[in-house]
Structure formats: structure tokens, C-alpha cells
Design a protein around this ligand. Structure first.
Ligand code: NDP
Length: 244
């Protein structure tokens, strides 16, 4: 039976990929504050807040993902909430973009999400419940010069969420995309000041967002209150991508 409206079920096994910093860490903290059992993956050991379990995994490597899930399952039980957050950029204009620039970004952002979802789905099917949240980007559907690789990978996540919804929607499993706009993290700190100014001028909210603003939406879409939302693309972008 689902929890009454306004009250979230606690103690779920939650796994966030790339949860050692940036948006992923903010998401992990939001679930922890909700009373869930939270694990994050990282590539190289990082300091994590008390109460968050860190497991080593590289999303480009299925064997390391399998080992990480096995560790999380032993500590917290089968993963009920999966947040596919790990992502990279390798920005450059099309004519300068090598095939490796393209395939390595797709391998991490898109195929990486496929790998973790595939591994998580076994447990969710057995549980007959689950929440998959894919962290995409406004750029996936809006487009961005110099980001053909990244935009393609992020648009692909929409196809995954919607196909997953059609495959597993009857098993109590939802799959949604959260599409952040410009969030202040290490990833955006790398952008030239001029690019940051250009973005700011096109954001109706006239500001960048914090990672916590994304995390709160992810926590909610994974809650019982959002049980009837699946295959949705939820923007957290201050209006930047309106009309996607
Ligand atoms: P950061 O660069 O701060 O963090 C990226 C995270 O992904 C790190 O934890 C990193 O781990 C992990 N990661 C990268 N590659 C791999 C890999 N092969 N295997 C496992 N983990 C990996 O990024 P943000 O927090 O800014 O971004 C998080 C997500 O949000 C990304 O998917 C990004 O595309 C998306 N996003 C970000 C926006 C922004 O404005 N910041 C806007 C829209 C979307 P490690 O520490 O080991 O490198």
C-alpha cells in the first residue's frame, strides 16, 4: 500500500551514480535527509558525508557496476531507487570533434545509464517496484553548439526512460528524466566566462541554480506521491528550455 499523500516512505535502498560531488552528491544528501539508505558510486575514493555508503564503479565498465550493485545489495538490500547521474562533457565544434570525443561521451552518459538500469532492473522486477531517474540536460532537446556529443547522449536518455516505462510500467516501476539547466558545479565552472554570461542572458529566471534545486525534484519524482508520473521530462532550468 502506498504512503498517504504528503508522507514519504523511508528506508529505501537508493543508489546514485557519480554521487561523490556536484549534483549527484546533492541528490544523495536529499535522499539521506528523507531517511533512505543511500549509496553512491565514485571512481576514485572520495570523502563522503556520514551515512552515505561509497562504492567504486566506472559506468563504462559493466563488471565494476555489477560488483558495486552486489556491495550495495549486501549492505542495503535491492536497489529500489536508481539515479543515473554520472556524466561528462567533451565540448568542441563538430569539425574538430573526433570520433572518440563523440563515442566516449555517449559511452559514459548514455550507454553508462543503460548499463546501470539493466543491472538495477532485475531487483526492481523482483520487488515489483522501483524508481529510475535519469539526469539529462536542457541541452538534450534544446541543442547547443559545441555539444553534439553531449546533446545526443542526453536526448537518448529520453528514449530510454520512455521505452523503459512501456516495458516495465506495469511492474510498479517508473522511469523519468530530470533535465537541469545551468547548475553551479565543477562541470559548469569549466565554461568560459563569456559562455556563462550568454547562458545567463537567455535564462528567464536570470540566475543559475544550485545542485539542491535539482536534488529536491529528483527526490520528489522518486517518491510515492509521484507514482503516476512516468516517461516524463521534468525541466529544472529556470525556463531556459521552454517549449522543448
Ligand atoms: P560533475 O562534473 O561535478 O560530476 C560528474 C560526476 O559524474 C562525478 O561524480 C564523476 O565521478 C561522475 N562520473 C563521470 N564519469 C564517470 C564514469 N565513467 N563512471 C562513473 N562516474 C563517472 O558534474 P555535475 O554534478 O555538474 O553533473 C552531474 C550530472 O548532471 C551529469 O550527468 C551532467 O551531465 C548533468 N547536468 C549538469 C548540469 C550543470 O549545469 N552542472 C546541467 C545539466 C545536466 P568522478 O568524481 O570519479 O569523476
Amino acid at each position: 500500500m502506498s504512503a498517504p499523500a504528503g508522507e514519504e516512505r523511508q528506508g529505501r535502498s537508493v543508489l546514485v551514480t557519480g554521487g561523490n560531488r556536484g549534483i549527484g552528491l546533492a541528490i544523495a544528501k536529499a535522499f539521506l535527509a528523507n531517511g533512505d539508505k543511500v549509496a553512491v558510486t565514485y571512481r576514485s575514493p572520495s570523502e563522503l558525508p556520514d551515512g552515505i555508503l561509497g562504492v567504486v564503479a566506472d559506468v563504462t565498465d559493466a563488471a565494476s557496476i555489477d560488483a558495486a550493485f552486489t556491495e550495495v545489495e549486501a549492505a542495503h538490500g535491492p536497489v529500489e531507487v536508481l539515479v543515473a547521474n554520472a556524466g561528462i562533457t567533451k565540448d568542441t565544434l563538430l569539425l574538430r570533434m573526433s570520433e572518440d570525443d563523440f563515442t566516449s561521451v555517449v559511452d559514459t552518459n548514455l550507454t553508462g545509464a543503460f548499463r546501470v538500469i539493466k543491472r538495477a532492473s532485475k531487483g526492481m522486477i523482483r520487488l515489483r517496484k522501483g524508481r529510475v531517474v535519469l539526469i539529462s540536460s536542457v541541452v538534450g532537446l534544446y541543442g547547443s553548439p559545441g555539444q553534439i556529443n553531449y546533446a545526443a547522449s542526453k536526448a537518448g536518455l529520453v528514449g530510454i526512460a520512455r521505452s523503459l516505462t512501456r516495458e516495465l510500467g506495469s511492474r510498479g516501476i517508473t522511469a523519468n528524466v530530470v533535465a537541469p539547466g545551468f547548475i553551479s558545479t565543477d562541470m559548469t565552472a569549466e565554461l568560459p566566462e563569456e559562455t556563462q554570461k550568454q547562458y545567463l542572458s537567455s535564462i528567464p529566471a536570470n540566475r543559475f541554480a544550485s545542485a539542491e534545486e535539482v536534488a529536491n525534484v529528483v527526490r520528489w519524482v522518486a517518491s510515492d506521491e509521484a507514482a503516476y508520473i512516468s516517461g516524463a521530462v521534468i525541466p529544472v532550468d529556470g525556463g531556459l528550455g521552454m517549449g522543448h
